[in-house]
Ligand binder design. Structure first.
Ligand SMILES: Nc1ncnc2c1ncn2[C@@H]1O[C@H](COP(=O)(O)OP(=O)(O)OP(=O)(O)O)[C@@H](O)[C@H]1O
Length: 278
């Protein structure tokens, strides 16, 4: 299959991104894709295919000893050429991320309120009082009711669904251009998964943030994105639409993913939001 190189300079474009270890082992091999402003892209592949490493390379967070070549263009600026200080201004402000396990993404010793206010204080330089007001607004945005209690709580005092909502609030605090969601629902039970996917879909629609949704799970990706790249062994093996991947997958590996998804048929169905998981 061929992946058409894109020449767009707006949004986030990964061009020939190659990551190698210090011993020369190539972990990402000329990965290319593009997500335009306000658009959504699913990045799918089995465990070890290079999805998380792609996200880490975009944010300049590769483990020590790994090197990245190629380009990571954010509105035309190559992030791979930026120094740590400039990258810190991009992370959280222009590209934000939510992870699989909210409990490890959150600081256990800090209240949710302080954690949501953190990026606003750091990047937007707003006062403590203004940050607290905005944190309460963000709670409402991610449908965390009872904002006062939630903001004063520590992560362990919330349910898994509430914690992931808090992570979404933190990620969206500075109105980023791009949100990278790396398996954001994998650690949640099926009902809560459906609620978070529904919320994510709504948030992306309302905020106009571009979304890169990383998952091993085709039915989950199908709920939130239309376009898809399929990764295997550090390479993009197919760039397609979700509809084509479901109807007529070209690459044999995409067909395998589809067959696996059909065999499990664990596409979550939407349920009304329950009180506990708000
Ligand atoms: N710190 C590291 N040192 C050496 N190799 C690594 C390191 N981190 C990841 N890798 C290797 O890079 C490859 C891609 O890993 P990556 O974590 O990106 O996969 P993934 O698709 O995100 O998998 P998963 O869905 O399990 O998170 C794998 O072969 C993995 O073993």
């Amino acid at each position: 299959m061929t992946v058409t190189p894109t020449t767009s300079t707006t949004g986030l474009e990964v061009r020939d991104l190659t990551v190698a270890t210090s011993s020369g082992r190539v972990l990402l091999d000329h990965v290319s894709w593009h997500v335009a402003p306000g658009e959504r892209l699913g990045v799918i592949g089995e465990s070890g295919s290079g999805k998380s490493l792609t996200a880490a390379a975009i944010l300049g967070l590769l483990p020590d000893g790994m090197t990245a070549t190629g380009q990571v263009l954010l509105d035309g600026t190559d992030l791979l050429t930026l120094g740590e200080r400039a990258l810190r201004r991009v992370r959280g402000a222009r590209i934000a991320m939510v992870f699989q396990e909210p409990l490890t993404a959150l600081d256990p010793l800090m209240t949710i309120g302080r954690q949501i206010a953190g990026p606003l204080r750091l990047h937007r330089k707003v006062s403590r009082a203004r940050a607290a007001e905005l944190a309460a607004d963000l709670c409402r945005l991610v449908r965390l009711d009872d904002a006062e209690r939630i903001l004063g709580s520590y992560p362990w005092q919330l349910s898994g669904g509430q914690r992931q909502r808090a992570c979404l609030a933190m990620a969206l605090a500075c109105e980023p251009d791009v949100l990278i969601a790396d398996e954001p629902t994998t650690a949640l039970d099926v009902t809560v998964q459906a609620e978070i996917l529904d919320l994510l879909d709504d948030l992306i629609e309302r905020t106009g943030t571009a979304l890169v949704f990383v998952s091993h799970d085709l039915p989950v990706v199908a709920r939130v994105t239309r376009d898809l790249v399929v990764m295997r062994h550090g390479k993009v093996v197919e760039a397609t639409s979700v509809a084509r991947a479901l109807d007529a997958p070209e690459d044999p590996y995409t067909r395998t993913l589809l067959a696996a998804a059909r065999a499990v048929t664990h596409l979550p169905t939407l349920h009304p939001t329950t009180q506990e998981d708000r």
